[in-house]
Design a protein around this ligand. Structure first.
Ligand code: ZN
Length: 316
C-alpha cells in the first residue's frame, strides 16, 4: 500500500477583493481561471481556481476572496511562500512584465542552484517565480496575458515556516515519505517520492524559532493539498493517518476532486486531493471559468447565492 504523495495538487489562500485577485492572477501572472465557484462550506464567498490550460493537478492556485477580510500575518506554522516554475531564461521577461504593471519584485537571487524572483500579490501573499526545467505533466496556458514561452508551468514548491523543524521533518520524511535532498542555512529541502521532475515535488522547511506565529487571514495560505492518484489511494492514506493517531477529516466531496484534511505537527493545514474527476467535470474544457458553477446540492439556492456575490469581470 503506497500512501506517499506524488506532489502538490493545489494551494489555497485567502484574498480580500475578488476583482483585484482575478486581475492579478489572470493579467499579471497569466494563469487561466479554470473554475469560478463558491466556497462549498460558506457559499456567500467565491472560490476561484487558477491553473494551466486544463487545470492539471499541480498547477492549481485557489482563493477564497472575502471582501473586507482582515489582514493575516505571515509566520510560523504556515506555508509562507508559494513558488511557481517558469522556464529557464524567462526571469528578465518577467521582471519587465511585472514592472510594467507596477508590481514590485525583488532582484533575482540564486538559491539551491535556481534563480528566484520574489513578489507579492495584492493582499501581500508571497509568490516566487523560479526558473527551472519544465516539470512533467502540465499544459501552459496559451490564451492569456503571458506569451506561452514564458508562461507559468505549475507549482514548484511551498515553503513551510516552522518553530520546530524536527517535528515537521519527521512527519514529512517518516509518515509521508518525503526525502531530504538539500540544506542551505536554515532551509531544508524535501522532495516527494517518485518523479523528481514532476510538478509540485518540492517542499522547503524554514526553521526559525524566533518567528512569531502566523495568523491565517487575507494574504496568507489556508492549506496545501497533495495528490492522491485515486479514491482508493486517498482512503488508504486516510486509514494510515487514523492508525497513527493523526486527526483527519472524513472524505469530502469537492466535485472536481475529493478531499481529506489534517495538520502537520507545526500547524500547517494539509489536504490530500484526488487527481480526478477534474475541472471539465461540469463544463467543457474550452469554457472553463466563464460561468459560476455550483455543486448539485447548492444549485437550488443559485438565485440567492448569485445575488450575494459581488460582480467580477474576468475579461475572458
Ligand atoms: Zn483544498
Amino acid at each position: 500500500m503506497d500512501v506517499r504523495p506524488a506532489g502538490i495538487h493545489h494551494v489555497t489562500a485567502i484574498a480580500a477583493d475578488p476583482q483585484a485577485n482575478a486581475d492579478f492572477y489572470l493579467n499579471a501572472l497569466g494563469m487561466r481561471m479554470v473554475k469560478r465557484t463558491v466556497n462549498f462550506d460558506a457559499p456567500d464567498t467565491y472560490h476561484f481556481y487558477y491553473g494551466d490550460r486544463a487545470g492539471n493537478p499541480g498547477t492549481i492556485m485557489t482563493f477564497f476572496p472575502w471582501p473586507g477580510a482582515p489582514k493575516g500575518r505571515l509566520g510560523a506554522g504556515q506555508a509562507t511562500t508559494t513558488s511557481f516554475s517558469i522556464p529557464e531564461g524567462s526571469i528578465g521577461w518577467w521582471q519587465e512584465h511585472l514592472s510594467g504593471l507596477g508590481v514590485e519584485t525583488s532582484r533575482p537571487a540564486e538559491r539551491i542552484e535556481e534563480d528566484v524572483l520574489t513578489l507579492r500579490d495584492p493582499d501581500g501573499l508571497v509568490i516566487e517565480l523560479v526558473a527551472s526545467a519544465d516539470p512533467h505533466g502540465t499544459e501552459p496556458w496559451d490564451g492569456g496575458y503571458v506569451p506561452v514561452e514564458h508562461a507559468i508551468r505549475g507549482i514548484r514548491a511551498v515553503t513551510l515556516s516552522e518553530h520546530d523543524y524536527e517535528r515537521t521533518a519527521s512527519m514529512l520524511a517518516g509518515r509521508l515519505g518525503f526525502e531530504l535532498t538539500a540544506e542551505q542555512g536554515n532551509r531544508y529541502r524535501f522532495h516527494t517520492h517518485g518523479d523528481a521532475a514532476g510538478v509540485g515535488t518540492v517542499v522547503d522547511v524554514l526553521a526559525d524559532r524566533a518567528l512569531p506565529s502566523g495568523l491565517v487571514a487575507a494574504g496568507t495560505v489556508h492549506h496545501v493539498a497533495y495528490r492522491a492518484p485515486d479514491r482508493q489511494a486517498q482512503a488508504d492514506w486516510r486509514q494510515r493517518l487514523v492508525d497513527e493517531g493523526v486527526g483527519v477529516t472524513e472524505i469530502r466531496d469537492r466535485c472536481y476532486f475529493t478531499s481529506i484534511y489534517f495538520r502537520e505537527p507545526g500547524g500547517v493545514l494539509l489536504e490530500i486531493a484526488t487527481d480526478g474527476p477534474g475541472f471539465d467535470y461540469d463544463e467543457p474544457l474550452l469554457d472553463l471559468g466563464r460561468a459560476l458553477k455550483l455543486p448539485p446540492w447548492l444549485e437550488p439556492n443559485r438565485a440567492q447565492i448569485e445575488r450575494a456575490l459581488p460582480a467580477v469581470q474576468t475579461g475572458v
